[in-house]
Ligand binder design. Structure first.
Ligand code: GAP
Length: 452
C-alpha cells in the first residue's frame, strides 16, 4: 500500500488534501493522471449502465438536500458509526475498526454494548496512537454533514449534504416517470459526490469524507419480477463489469452476504462484492434489495402519492428496488492495486488501455535537436485529436519510458533520425516492452485498433 501511495503522489494520481496547510484527514485531491483515470472509470460506468441499456435512465441530483429527505430515509436517526476515544491521548477511532485491527476478529453488526464489552474486557485492545488501554464509553456519531443555508441560523435553515446518491433517485422518482418513457422494470442511475463524516484508519482513498458513488435504483413490481432472480442477474452484471470492462483479476474478488445484524435498516438482503486490497478483502460494491421502503417513506413524509399504475395489470403499486451501489474512488484504488506490477528494473501499471490516463506518449529522441522536436510535436498534435496523448521531452529516453510505465501509458512513440528520412517512428508496447517501427500514417489506425 505504501508503494502504491508513493507512486500516486510521484506520478500525479492522488495527493493528500490541503497538503500545504498540513493536510486535512480523510480528504484527497486527484492530480493530472488521477483526474483522467477517475474520468475514464466514470465514463465506462455511465456508458455501460446508462447508454448501453434500454431500461436505465440517468439523473444528476443536487448534493444539498432538504432535511426532510434524510428524516424520511431514516438517516438522521439510523446512519451512525460507533466511536470511542482514548482518555489518555484523545485519539478517536471507530470501535469496530479498533477491535478488528487489534484482534483480527470480524464484528460487523454488533451492538454498541457488545463492542464496548469486547474493548473494555480485553487489555490487549490498546490505543494505536499511545499504546494505553484507557477508553471512554462507545458512542454513536451520525455520519450526515449538516449545512446551514442563508444567514438565518436554526432549524429552518438546516439542510444536509447527501450521505448517498440513492435518495436523489427516490425523491425524483415521480419526476422521471412523468417526464420520460420508462416502464417497469427500469432503473435510474446516478454518478456523484456523497459525504459522510467518517473517521478512518487511512488506506488512501478507500474511505474518505467525500467520495463519488455510482448507484442504480432498479424499480420493479415484485408480483411480476422475481426479486431473487433480479438480484442474481445484477450480481452477474457487476462481476462482469469488474472482470471484463475493468480487467480486474477475478481471483481477487469474492461475494460476502450481510447477516441480519449487519444489514442496513432498509434492506431485506445485502451482499458485498469484495476486492482483495493490500490491506485485506474489503467491500467494493454493494447490492441491496431495499424493498419499497424508501418510496413508501417519502410518500408518507411528503404527503405525495409516489405510486404508479402498472399498464400491464392496471394496478397501482409502489415499486420495489434492487440497488447496486459502488464507490468510484474505491474502484480507482482497486484498479491501481490490481495493475501495480514490479518487474526486474521497472514498476509498471498494467492498466486496461481504456482506463489508462494517457493512451500514448510522444518523445523526440533528443530534446536539443529542433528538427526532431518539431516532428514529434506535429505527431503529438495529430494523435491528440483522436485520444489523450502526452508529449515528453525531458531527461533521456530511458527515464521517459520509466515514467510512462509508472503512469500506465500503453504506447510510447519515439521520433528519431530515421523518422526524418522515411517518415517512420518506433512504437513501444508498455507490457511487452517490444518496439516496432511503423509509418506515421499508420500510427492512429494501429493505436485505435489496439485500444479496442
Ligand atoms: N445507497 C447505498 C449505499 O450508499 P454503501 O455501502 O454505504 O451503500 C456504497 O455505499 C459504496 O460507496 C460502497 O460499496 C463503497 O464503494 C462506497 N463508499 C461508501 N462509503 C465510502 C467512503 N466513506 N469513502 C469512499 N467510498 C465509500
Amino acid at each position: 500500500m505504501e508503494k502504491i501511495i508513493a507512486l500516486c503522489k510521484r506520478r500525479g494520481f492522488i495527493y493528500p488534501g490541503s497538503e500545504i496547510y498540513g493536510g486535512l484527514a480523510n480528504t484527497y485531491d486527484y492530480g493530472p493522471a488521477g483526474a483522467e483515470l477517475l474520468r475514464n472509470i466514470r465514463n465506462l460506468w455511465w456508458d455501460n449502465f446508462v447508454h448501453k441499456r434500454d431500461d436505465v435512465v440517468g439523473l444528476d441530483a443536487s448534493v444539498i438536500s432538504h432535511q426532510e429527505v434524510w428524516k424520511a430515509s431514516g438517516h438522521t436517526s439510523g446512519f451512525a458509526d460507533a466511536m470511542i476515544d482514548c482518555k489518555n491521548c484523545k485519539f478517536r477511532m471507530r470501535a469496530d475498526h479498533l477491535i478488528e485491527e487489534k484482534t483480527k476478529e470480524k464484528v460487523e453488526g454488533k451492538s454498541i454494548g457488545e463492542l464496548e464489552e469486547i474493548i473494555k474486557n480485553n487489555p490487549k485492545i490498546t490505543c494505536p496512537n499511545c499504546g494505553k488501554h484507557n477508553w471512554t464509553d462507545v458512542r454513536k456519531f451520525n455520519l450526515l454533514f449538516p449545512v446551514n443555508l442563508g444567514i438565518v441560523e436554526g432549524d429552518q435553515s438546516l439542510a444536509y449534504l447527501r450521505g448517498e446518491t440513492a435518495q436523489g433517485m427516490f425523491i425524483n422518482f415521480k419526476n422521471v416517470v412523468d417526464s420520460s418513457r420508462v416502464r417497469l422494470p427500469f432503473g435510474i442511475a446516478q454518478l456523484g459526490k456523497s459525504f459522510r463524516n467518517e473517521i478512518t484508519p487511512g488506506n488512501s482513498v478507500f474511505r474518505t469524507l467525500e467520495f463519488e458513488q455510482g448507484e442504480i435504483e432498479y424499480f420493479f413490481d415484485p408480483e411480476i419480477s422475481n426479486w431473487e432472480k433480479l438480484f442474481e442477474e445484477w450480481k452477474k452484471i457487476m462481476w462482469d463489469f469488474i472482470t471484463k470492462k475493468l480487467s480486474i483479476n477475478g481471483e481477487n474478488l469474492r461475494w460476502r452476504e450481510h447477516d441480519e445484524k449487519e444489514r442496513s435498516f432498509y434492506s431485506k438482503k445485502t451482499e458485498d462484492l469484495e476486492y482483495k486490497f493490500p490491506f485485506g478483502f474489503k467491500e467494493l460494491w454493494g447490492i441491496a434489495y431495499r424493498t419499497n421502503y424508501d418510496l413508501t417513506q417519502h410518500g408518507k413524509f411528503s404527503n405525495k402519492d409516489l405510486s404508479i399504475t402498472d399498464p400491464q395489470t392496471n394496478k397501482k403499486i409502489i415499486p420495489h428496488v434492487i440497488e447496486p451501489a459502488v464507490g468510484i474512488n474505491r474502484m480507482l484504488l482497486m484498479i491501481l492495486s490490481d495493475s501495480y506490477t514490479e518487474e526486474k528494473d521497472r514498476v509498471v501499471l498494467k492498466l486496461n488501455p481504456k482506463l489508462a490516463p494517457y493512451k500514448a506518449a510522444v518523445f523526440p529522441l533528443l530534446a536539443n535537436k529542433p528538427e526532431l522536436v518539431e516532428k514529434a510535436k506535429k505527431i503529438y498534435h495529430d494523435l491528440r485529436k483522436n485520444f489523450v496523448t502526452v508529449f515528453d521531452g525531458r531527461g533521456n529516453i530511458g527515464k521517459r519510458y520509466f515514467a510512462q510505465d509508472e503512469i500506465g501509458t500503453p504506447f510510447c512513440i519515439t521520433v528519431d533520425f530515421e523518422t526524418l528520412e522515411n517518415d517512420t517512428v518506433t512504437i513501444r508496447d508498455r507490457d511487452s516492452m517490444k518496439q516496432e517501427r511503423v509509418k506515421i500514417e499508420d500510427l492512429i489506425p494501429q493505436i485505435v485498433k489496439k485500444l479496442g
